[in-house]
Design a protein around this ligand. Structure first.
Ligand code: EPZ
Length: 420
């Protein structure tokens, strides 16, 4: 079983590029099946979740090829409406195909994506919304059958600003008859990115990135080539790594504005950070300061996907910090692994109190989810001695090569293929 080995204590320095955005490319890959033609996505990240999505697209008749600078999807022959169960259950975001499949087919069969380590991940908001668009939904155990004579636009008010539900409604609405208005829409940058892609393909959308999005259905789309934005969470992860390990680093990526809350939090922790249009510089030369309260919220609040990474840095901060995880119900699985390294964290419900300690000690730890795994890598960089992080298949869902990236910044880190 492969693992990541990291010997802590080194400062980070140098410059690396940030990969394309996982959470932007997944709905855009789903959107590509709405067009009976060719989609080209440049700066597409080579990560497990993308490979899974490609298998899903191929299982419904798309032809997908990697080229020099990205991915080409030919959806001309796409003519299936059922998604292979083995792929859906292996990845949450496959549910995002539902809206896009309804845009192409009158009948869609998909299986419940199921929960994961961070939560139950229900899809009630998705299904309630598409029912308002003249879609009949029948459940049987873990299979969902959806059918419609024709998709109709509707005024949809989401009970909570779910990213996935907002994406599914947009993907169904762009080819529906009439106008769809989404109230209480998610405002995450990935929604804006999806809408920019769809408009380039010929969709009519206004209000992307705000609480109210209006979509006017169209009949035809055109071939499109789209360059993906950099991954804001990967950038945030590496910024946190420098905050914890110390050093001076430049990250090249065009997602700095979308990282404002994370950057401001790191500044309050004592980091000096300069931001440009397509780069961010960070210097950290002292023990991080504690943060009295960090609450994860929907965008533009502090992102839940950065909670584990910032927690790792706060384990050695001067003082006590309080984290409140408001988005997912079980996103503290990393706490017991950090405790093995000497961290002093007390969890009660949504809250985690992090009492800074003088140092962490490297040891064998396990990742249980994507961002928790990234948090353990950061803890390994901070700790004295050697850490071995197993469960790296979670980390590789969202990071092209976290070991290579951090080694390029001077960390003593490598992926080890183990025959055990
Ligand atoms: C997206 O997940 C991201 N995934 C997540 O990133 C991210 O953490 C999340 O948005 C919040 O920003 C992708 O984009 C592929 P939600 P999604 O629907 O769409 C509840 C990562 O690490 N909810 O906004 O699943 C849900 O249980 C991943 O890259 C319902 O109750 O997030 C959760 O508590 C992790 N019913 C909250 O809303 C529903 O029908 C937020 O979920 C849908 C969601």
């Amino acid at each position: 079983m492969a693992f990541i080995e990291v010997i802590g204590g080194r400062h980070l320095q140098g410059e690396i590029p940030i990969q394309g955005s996982k959470n932007a490319v997944l709905p855009i890959l789903a959107a590509s099946i709405l067009h009976n033609g060719i989609t080209r996505i440049k700066n597409c990240p080579k990560i497990i979740d993308v490979y899974h999505m490609i298998k899903l697209l191929e299982s419904i008749g798309c032809i997908v090829t990697w080229e020099q600078d990205g991915l080409t999807i030919d959806a001309t022959e796409m003519n299936y409406s059922s998604v292979d169960k083995k792929y859906v259950s292996s990845m949450r975001s496959s549910i995002i195909l539902l809206g896009a499949l309804l845009g192409r087919n009158k009948n869609v069969t998909i299986s419940y994506p199921g929960g994961c380590a961070i939560g139950a991940r229900p899809i009630d908001l998705h299904l309630k919304a598409i029912k308002e668009m003249n879609v009949q939904v029948i459940h049987s155990e873990d299979i969902i059958f959806c059918s419609t004579s024709h998709l109709t636009g509707a005024k949809i008010s989401l009970a909570s600003p779910s990213v996935g539900a907002t994406e599914n409604v947009i993907l169904a609405a762009v080819k529906a008859d009439g106008i769809t208005i989404i109230d209480n829409a998610a405002m995450e940058p990935e929604i804006t990115e999806l809408c920019l892609f769809l408009v380039k393909m010929g969709a009519r959308i206004s209000g992307a990135g705000s609480k109210t999005i209006m979509i006017e259905g169209v009949k035809e789309f055109r071939d499109v080539e789209y360059t993906l934005v950099s991954d804001r969470i990967v950038m945030g992860t590496y910024l946190a790594a420098v905050a914890g390990a110390g050093g001076s680093v430049t990250l090249r990526g065009n997602c700095c504005k979308e990282n404002e809350t994370v950057i401001n939090t790191l500044r309050t922790m004592g980091c000096r950070i300069g931001v440009g249009r397509d780069y961010v510089n960070i210097c950290s030369s002292q023990q991080p300061r504690a943060v009295p309260l960090i609450e994860t919220e929907t965008y533009p609040g502090f992102p839940t996907d950065m909670q584990s990474q910032i927690m790792s840095v706060l384990t050695i901060a001067s003082g006590t910090s309080l984290i409140v995880e408001n988005i997912f119900e079980s996103r503290y699985k990393t706490v017991k692994e950090l405790a093995k390294m000497g961290a002093d964290i007390y969890v009660s419900g949504k809250a985690a109190q992090v009492n800074g300690v003088a140092a962490l000690t490297g040891c064998d730890v396990r990742a249980y989810d994507l961002r928790g795994g990234a948090g353990l890598v950061i803890a390994g960089l901070i700790a004295n001695g050697t850490s071995r992080i197993s469960g790296i298949e979670y980390i590789e869902r969202g990071y092209e090569d976290i070991s290579k990236d951090l080694a390029n910044l001077g960390a003593d880190i490598r992926k080890v293929e183990s025959s055990l």
